[in-house]
Structure formats: structure tokens, C-alpha cells
Ligand binder design. Structure first.
Ligand code: PEP
Ligand code: MG
Length: 582
């Protein structure tokens, strides 16, 4: 049994066979064979080894002719390794003595050797480990033949394990078949993590190296509540986790009763709870979790995996799907395109590689350089406003001038629609995200020019602490509870209150139960969270009074380190609702 600790990014517990991505990219369908089939299995293994060696020899020749003998020799070495009798002996012994299926036995042996090479800490030998993975794949391909199962066509549920997953790879996962995932890289507020929340797949990221320790088919447990991955658990652990899984789902279904109750504190303050969505279909999740509307629609996901940018009518169709689901009275805050950095590209992205994309031409900066793209989206948002309570929001605004430019273009688009006689709401509320420290510092000036603020604590934390939100090696620095971040949030809320505009928090922080009392106490009366988290946050809101929350916030703001803040908030939340914190 091996236990790894990482960063929990999507709650829930799942137990199942591992599917190791990047190295395997297909699933090993069974782990054991019946005793009476062992001879047949060993015969199948020998044949696969012979075919794999033969294929490597053919590749050796083809590569030698194309690139030269020194390159062909690499594949020649692969063939020699596959033909090495000690390899077949080792694998056959696993089949014979443990009843392992040939695929599983091959994977176990190759990974053991690869791991031994990697542990020698020599760049050269670690490179040889990559050769072993290559050989493993070649043999598995021969063994599985037509039985190879691609990730998109899984027939049985799996736990996906990978070095990393991009947001688009994550978006393509089928939650019915992928019961959880765990990755070596990644941080708390990465877009991969956000996608996991949207798909409601339990997930742990930033676990550090483990992929080479796993064979496809090994049993894995992902505990998305505590950030733990367990490989090949013993009987006792397995049983304990079966129980945890059951009680987690009982707790979750208990929260369902809160759906039709409002978010009101014990002393009667109304707190609006909105959902964050990436796809129009998620609007339905908002309703089932009892959301008051959509507080953040991340429209960049409309651009995912496309060759060309979406047209005005494609934008409009998506927005109308959300409005139809929520009805005309629930607000829908549509955020304009926010691509770049760790998010995927549009087809119009600048071709030049940026040295520092997190500080580069991303988000609203990119839109201001590509007015056709920007105006197409604005037209669709305005057209959608004729059918529901639509609001527009600009991301990554860092200066007042930038905001004014966005508003000016928006005014031009309104004029165009008017000239064309197209219906829209001329009073569409305009908001800005506050997610760059400069915007937080200038909140008072910005507040005079918009109808609402939405604090993006994912980016605000990253830019305030200069700690990449996707990088697990700086995950201890990246902390929304850091006193520096809290001071900025306080400044923004105070500015909004002074100018009498709405203010909301839509970063992942607002869906983390330990921050609910703090945010309430700082004056927030709107939170926008992953729909799955709404009931839990609502439960906390309904369990406290504003006075209690203000005391908690005042004390938290006096503390000097993120660790002290988080410990204090965890204790306070445990006092109110122990089951949420444990
Ligand atoms: C944020 O930065 O907090 C935010 C909500 O935006 P995103 O996560 O899409 O960058
Ligand atoms: Mg952001």
C-alpha cells in the first residue's frame, strides 16, 4: 500500500482500478486469470513478446534508412531488451505464481525497472526509464490488440492517474466512467481543478511523482475531501474507505433538503448564492443545488477545441440555453472572454510565444486588441439581455483606462444594435472582476464606473503573492487566507459599500466552508461558487448570525500569517458545523 498526499480540489471519495494516462493511454482490462488458463496466458505472452520484438526490428530498419544507423540503434536496443530471456522469465513468473493476466504482469515488471532507474537520480538513466515505458506500451499494444480501450470509449469505471491534465483533457472526461482523477502536478485554483468541480469528479492534484509506481489495473482510492491518493490499499483501508464513501454520500444527500430554503443568516440577513458555470448545461446543476442565479459564466469554454471562433449566433444560443433553464428572473452574469495563461487559446490568439503568459496578452487585454472578437460576444450578450436578467462582466481589468475602453466599445455595440433595430436591455448592468492587485487598490475609483464588482480570488491570490495558481511547488504560498489577500478583499468590499454597488466573490475561496463566516463578516452578501458547494455554504450561512461573523472577520484580520488565519477559521467553522470541517 502506498499513500500520497496532495491538494484536494473536488470533493468525494472513489475507489476503482487505475487507468494510467500519458504512459499507458489505454486500460488494462483484467488483473487476474483463472488457474486453468495460465498455460494459455503464458503462450499469449510469449507470442506478444515475439511480435513486439519483431516490430521493433522493423522500426529499427526503417529509422536507420530515414535518419541514420545511430537512431535506428535505439530501436534495436528496444528489440534486444524485449528478447532478453530474463525479462520473459520475470513476467512469466508473475503470471504463473500470482495468476496475473499477461498485461498486468508486463506492466508491473516494466514499471519496477523504470522506477529503479529513475531513483538513481541520474539524468541519463532516468532517460532510459522513458525507453522502458515505450517498450511496455509496445508489448501491451500487442497483447491487447483489438481489445484496447481508449479513454473516450471506456466500458468500465476507472480512476484516472496522470502526470497532468489540461483543462480541455479534463473537460473531455466522462464522469460516468471516470470516477475520480489524481495528478502529479497542478494547484488549487487551476482550471483543471475548476473543471473537476464542474464535472463533479472527485480529484486530487499536486501529488508529486507517483505515476511510475502504478500499473494500470492497480486498485486506487482518491479522497477528494482530504487530498489523499492510496495505491493498492490493504483490506482494512479499503473497508474504511468504503464506509467513508457511504457516509460522504449520505451527508451530501442530506444537504439536498436545503435546496428550496433561502440563504439567510440566523438574524435574517439575506445572502445570495450564485453558481459558477463553464458550460450552458451546468445551469441545470445550479437549479438542483438551489442557486439564486449564475454569478460567473466563464464563456471561454465556448472556444474549447475549435478551429474557428464561435459566431454571434453560437454565443447567443449558449446564453439563451442558460436563460431558458434559469428563467427570466434569475440573474446570469456573463463574463467576456478570459483566455490566455493556463487557459486554452482562441484561434485568433497571437502566434508569438510569450515569455511570461500570466503577465501577458491575456483576457480583456487580448479582446481590446481584437475588436471583432470582442464585439461579436458583446452583441450576443446584449441580444440575450432581451430574454432575461443578463449582466456583463469584464475579466482581468488592471487599470481604470482599460475599464473605460471596454465600456466605450460596449456603448458602440449598443448603438449598432439600436441602428439595426435589434432588441436588447439598454440598462444591462456592467461589472468588473477585481482580480489584479492594482484593481483592488483602485477599487474606489473603479466602483464609480460600474454597477457591480466580482472579486476573483483565484487570480487575486496568485498576483498578490506572486505564486502561480497551477504550480504545486508553490502551493503553500498560494493561499487566499493570506493576510495580504484579506486586506485587499476588505478594501474592495469597503469601496463597493461606499459607492453602493453590489460586490460578490467568485473565486474558489467562496466555495470553501472555512471562509464563509469571514466573507460574511467582511460585508459580503453575495457569493458565487461551484454549484456542488452551494448546499454546504448555505448550511453555514443558515447556522450563523452576522454579529458572530463580524467578530470572526475582525479577529481573522488581526492575524499575521495565512497559517494562523486558516487555523483560526477552521476552528470557528468546526464549532458551528463540525461535519463540514472534519
Ligand atoms: C478568479 O480568478 O478568481 C476567477 C473567478 O476567474 P478564473 O478562475 O476563471 O480565472
Ligand atoms: Mg481569474
Amino acid at each position: 500500500m502506498e499513500i500520497k498526499r496532495g491538494i484536494p480540489v473536488s470533493p468525494g471519495v472513489a475507489i476503482g482500478p487505475a487507468l494510467v494516462l500519458n504512459t499507458e493511454s489505454f486500460r488494462i482490462p483484467q488483473r487476474f486469470v483463472e488457474g486453468d488458463r495460465l498455460r494459455e496466458e503464458i503462450e499469449r505472452l510469449r507470442q506478444a513478446l515475439a511480435e513486439a520484438a519483431q516490430e521493433a526490428r522493423e522500426n529499427e530498419q526503417a529509422v536507420s534508412e530515414k535518419l541514420g544507423r545511430q537512431y535506428g540503434a535505439i530501436l534495436g536496443a528496444h528489440a534486444l531488451l524485449i528478447e532478453d530471456p530474463t525479462l520473459s522469465k520475470e513476467v512469466e513468473a508473475l503470471v504463473r505464481d500470482h495468476g496475473f493476466a499477461a498485461e498486468y504482469a508486463v506492466s508491473r515488471v516494466m514499471r519496477r525497472h523504470a522506477k529503479a532507474l529513475e531513483s538513481l537520480n541520474s539524468g541519463l538513466l532516468a532517460g532510459r526509464a522513458a525507453d522502458l515505458f515505450d517498450i511496455e506500451k509496445r508489448i501491451l499494444r500487442k497483447l491487447l490488440g483489438q481489445r484496447r480501450e481508449q479513454l473516450q470509449h471506456l466500458r468500465e469505471p476507472v480512476i484516472v492517474l496522470a502526470q497532468d491534465l489540461t483543462p480541455s483533457e479534463t473537460a473531455a472526461l466522462d464522469p460516468h466512467m471516470v470516477h475520480a482523477f489524481a495528478t502529479e502536478h497542478g494547484g488549487r485554483a487551476s482550471h483543471t481543478a475548476i473543471m473537476a468541480g464542474a464535472l463533479e469528479i472527485p480529484a486530487v492534484v499536486g501529488l508529486g511523482k507517483f505515476v511510475t509506481d502504478v500499473s494500470g489495473g492497480d486498485t486506487a482510492i482518491v479522497d477528494g475531501n482530504r487530498g489523499v491518493l492510496i495505491l493498492n490499499p490493504d483490506e482494512e483501508t479499503l473497508e474504511r474507505y468504503e464506509n467513508t464513501r457511504r457516509s460522504f454520500y449520505t451527508f451530501e444527500s442530506g444537504l439536498g433538503e436545503l435546496r428550496d430554503l433561502p440563504g439567510v443568516t440566523r438574524d435574517g440577513a439575506r445572502v445570495m448564492l450564485f453558481g459558477n458555470i463553464e458550460f450552458p448545461e451546468e445551469a441545470a446543476h445550479c437549479l438542483t443545488r438551489g442557486a439564486d442565479g449564475v454569478g460567473l459564466y466563464r464563456t471561454e469554454f465556448l472556444y474549447l477545441g475549435r478551429q474557428s471562433d464561435p459566431s454571434e449566433s453560437e454565443h447567443l444560443d449558449a446564453y439563451l440555453t442558460v436563460i431558458r433553464t434559469l428563467g427570466p428572473d434569475r440573474p446570469v452574469v456573463i463574463r467576456t472572454l478570459d483566455v490566455g495563461a493556463d487557459k486554452f487559446a482562441t484561434s485568433n490568439d497571437p502566434p508569438a510565444e510569450e515569455r511570461n503568459p500570466f503577465l501577458g496578452l491575456r483576457s480583456v487585454r487580448l479582446c481590446l486588441r481584437n475588436l471583432t472578437l470582442f464585439k461579436t460576444q458583446m452583441r450576443a450578450i446584449l441580444r440575450a439581455s432581451a430574454f432575461g436578467d443578463v449582466r456583463i462582466m469584464f475579466p482581468m481589468v488592471s487599470t481604470l483606462l482599460e475599464l473605460r475602453q471596454c465600456k466605450m466599445i460596449f456603448a458602440e455595440v449598443k448603438e449598432d444594435l439600436e441602428d439595426e433595430g435589434i432588441d436588447f436591455n439598454p440598462k444591462v448592468p456592467v461589472g468588473t472582476m477585481i482580480e489584479v492587485p492594482s484593481a483592488a487598490i483602485m477599487a474606489e475609483q473603479l466602483a464609480r464606473e460600474v454597477n457591480f464588482f466580482s472579486i476573483g480570488t483565484n487570480d487575486l491570490t496568485q498576483y498578490t503573492l506572486a505564486a502561480d495558481r497551477t504550480n504545486e511547488t508553490v502551493a503553500t504560498l498560494y493561499n487566499p487566507g493570506d493576510p495580504a489577500v484579506l486586506r485587499l478583499i476588505k478594501m474592495v468590499v469597503d469601496a463597493a459599500v461606499k459607492q453602493r454597488i453590489d460586490v460578490n466573490v467568485c473565486g474558489e475561496m467562496s466555495g470553501e466552508p472555512i471562509y464563509t463566516m469571514l466573507l460574511l463578516g467582511m460585508g459580503l452578501r453575495q457569493l458565487s461558487v461551484t454549484p456542488h458547494n452551494i448546499p454546504e455554504i448555505k448550511k453555514i450561512i443558515r447556522s450563523v448570525s452576522v454579529e458572530e461573523a463580524v467578530n470572526v472577520a475582525e479577529e481573522a484580520l488581526r492575524l499575521e500569517t495565512a497559517r494562523d488565519v486558516n487555523n483560526y477559521l477552521r476552528e470557528q467553522t468546526r464549532r458551528i458545523l463540525p461535519e463540514v470541517v472534519s
